[in-house]
Ligand binder design. Structure first.
Ligand code: URP
Ligand code: ZN
Ligand code: ZN
Ligand code: ZN
Length: 466
């Protein structure tokens, strides 16, 4: 016996058409008309869109930062994810100083195992590069199912790696079909600007964006392009935030550099006017890169449309304002960086992208599901609606309206950066591998059935399968 979703408007990265979907077990068994069989349960999706389950390829759940940990762990984070139509997350497992990659990854399996309401995979963030770690790289993709690593060009003395490490990781990753994701900000300049502001007594959170101006991001992106070109290795610029960085990526793509880029809802719908508040409350927006001038948003939307930006992920990294962000009262550089968002990625992109005419419905699906699935080695299991794919499906009622706020969101954090913003459309039903996990807009399971995703080696989506 199966489940039939009847009369929905199915949207993939290329087409939108009306059809029925038959789910059998965990898989999409058929898409078309008259697919129902005797004994099937039928759910009407009339008037609604059906999207492939969203894939948020950039989260930080249960991340230790200094003496604290992010407010959301894998349980609350993935619950919020499914509520918003995201059925897969890829979190940044982190190798801290002195650890092997194996230890770092094992720690993340322990944090996530048995707690996830969405399927999950890991990238491996490398913060301590050495010969032993280099020898672990083949193991990562072949035996651990991790086909992407992350390096930070910022966060000096904590996560930042130098160009030598970057270059070596790129060479090693190319050999092992791994995609290198990079946080692009020149951490040395940022470090100097922070020290200068501190010496001048400029310690409020309003100085956070001034310590990380767009050219600091642009310089790092440009350097990464040169490193990628020289090593002939694919790279993905994470959380790209500004025009300068976008144009640098566009030029590199033009000359054949294997570069992919991700942006985030916060850079598309919020801007640096949030830092005008001279009180400490703008600590809520202390994220890196920081929010940019509003004029950048048009460039980012156009970049999505033109395919310069390949994916939209949230960089969900939540800290409570009270008790966590507050440790940076008196010194903005001590405010833990990051903000929540995993629940609202589809809603924000649909409302301010699709409904506002900035991107099409098929582009929307491409950025939130199909491209991340392809780049991170889980396509066509995830990221599309086709027979044989996992039945990760979102029934999207475009008539529903809601207002985002901390009082109602599922994130386990005491504020929302999107407080008061309207959303058009809502995930009213969500299926994860055929299990009905969100019913009438509410999570309907207490059983975290998310599975670990052993991802395939990186394959450039623009090249034909060899
Ligand atoms: O401010 C941010 N983005 N915090 C999360 C860690 C990172 O840089 O991705
Ligand atoms: Zn980052
Ligand atoms: Zn991040
Ligand atoms: Zn407080």
């Amino acid at each position: 016996m199966g489940i039939v979703l009847r009369d929905g408007k199915i949207v993939t990265d290329t087409v939108c058409y009306q059809a029925d979907i038959r789910i059998q077990g965990e898989i999409i068994a058929a898409v078309g008309s008259q697919v129902a069989q005797a004994g099937d349960t039928v759910l009407s999706a009339e008037g609604c869109y059906i999207f492939p389950g969203g894939i948020d390829a950039h989260t930080h759940f249960d991340l230790p930062v200094g003496a604290m940990s992010t407010a959301d762990d894998f349980a609350s984070g993935t619950k919020a994810a499914i509520l918003g139509g995201t059925t897969t997350i890829i979190d940044y497992a982190t190798q801290f100083k002195g650890e092997t990659l194996k230890q770092g990854l094992e720690n993340w399996h322990q944090r996530a195992g048995g707690k996830c309401y969405a399927d999950y995979g890991f990238h491996m963030a490398i913060t301590d590069w050495n010969d032993n770690v280099s020898r672990e790289i083949p193991w990562l993709s072949r035996e651990a199912g991790v086909s992407s690593v992350k390096l930070y060009m910022a966060y000096k003395n904590v996560m930042q790696v130098d160009d030598s490490a970057l270059f070596q990781v790129l060479e090693r990753s190319r050999e092992c079909s791994i995609l290198t994701c990079v946080h692009c900000e020149n951490g040395d300049i940022v470090d100097n600007l922070i020290r200068k502001f501190r010496q001048q007594g400029k310690t409020t959170p309003a100085y956070h964006p001034l310590s990380r101006p767009p050219r600091v991001e642009q310089e790092a992106v440009n350097r990464l392009m040169v490193l990628s070109e020289t090593a002939d290795a694919p790279v993905l610029v994470v959380h790209l935030s500004c025009r300068e960085a976008l144009e640098t990526v566009a030029k590199a793509k033009d000359r054949g550099v294997q570069v992919f880029a991700e942006t985030c809802p916060q850079y598309l719908v919020l801007d640096d006017s949030m830092y005008q508040d001279t009180s400490f409350s703008c600590a809520k927006y202390v994220i890196s890169p920081p929010l940019r001038g509003k004029e950048n948003q048009e460039y980012l939307w156009n970049g999505l449309k033109a395919g310069i930006l390949d994916t939209v992920a949230t960089d969900h990294c939540s800290f409570n304002f009270h008790g966590q962000k507050e440790v940076g009262r008196g010194d903005f550089s001590k405010i833990p960086n990051g903000a929540p968002g995993v629940e609202h990625r589809l809603g924000l992109l649909y409302t301010y992208g699709v409904k506002a005419g900035k991107i099409s419905l098929t582009q929307f699906v491409d950025k939130v599901a199909t491209q991340p699935a392809k780049l991170f080695g889980i396509f066509p299991k995830k990221g599309t609606i086709a027979p044989g794919s996992d039945a990760d499906l979102v029934i999207w009622d475009e008539q529903r309206q809601s207002t985002i706020g901390a009082a109602t969101h599922a994130h386990k954090v005491d504020y929302s950066p999107y407080e008061g913003m309207k959303q058009q459309g809502q995930a009213i039903h969500v299926f994860l591998r055929g299990q009905h996990v969100v019913k009438n807009g509410k999570v309907c399971t207490d059983n975290p059935k998310g599975q670990y995703l052993f991802r395939k080696p990186f394959q450039n989506p623009k090249e034909k399968t060899k």
